[in-house]
Design a protein around this ligand. Sequence first.
Ligand code: G3P
Length: 217
Amino acid sequence: MQLFLDGSDIEKIRKFSKLGLIDGVTTNPSIILKSGKNMIEVISELAEIVSGSVSAEVSALDSETMIEEGIKLSEIAKNVTVKLPITWDGLAACNALYKKDISVNMTLCFSVSQALLAAKAGAEYVSPFIGRLDDLNLKGVELISDIKLVYSNYKFPTKILAASIRTINHVKECARHGSDVATIPIDIFERLVKHPLTDSGLSQFTADWEKTGQSII
Ligand code: G3P
């Protein structure tokens, strides 16, 4: 499973990217608002730091302006993916951008039928929002396996990019259900490495090694 960061904290994204762990980044209007920065500048910076896909979302609701905004965003850098909502206008814009060889991530996906339309329109990614489905007492991750089944039935190349990830368990479940990508908020990504048994085991090994009086280098 590819790991994307869902956020715009440049320093933290740079840090994890240097470790070779990050395959891409996603943003949305709420993330840009929180950053307090200019969207074009944020996307340019992210696209330089990360070699993989960087999703930048359009603001328009009509297809004509979505296409215009999408072309502008795609011109920021080769690795920019244009993020569009799954509406009829979004699907029309997706197909138009696909025909221009522009990568599209269809976002706000909550059903298999929406994912099917996104694939038909030529999206490179579809983003099911699993946390927001869980909020409604539904099983968000089940949408991932359902979409996966439908895509494999018809060999659609569209990749499933699990979004709205709220917990470490969500990350595990996305991997278990075969999501192609999980986009993870930075604070959750930072906690992925943590386990109390790793900490206590390491303390014990370190103390015992010191008692041996040896050194390796
Ligand atoms: O990429 C979209 C995702 O970040 C939304 O997450 O937690 O606002 O549902 P959330």
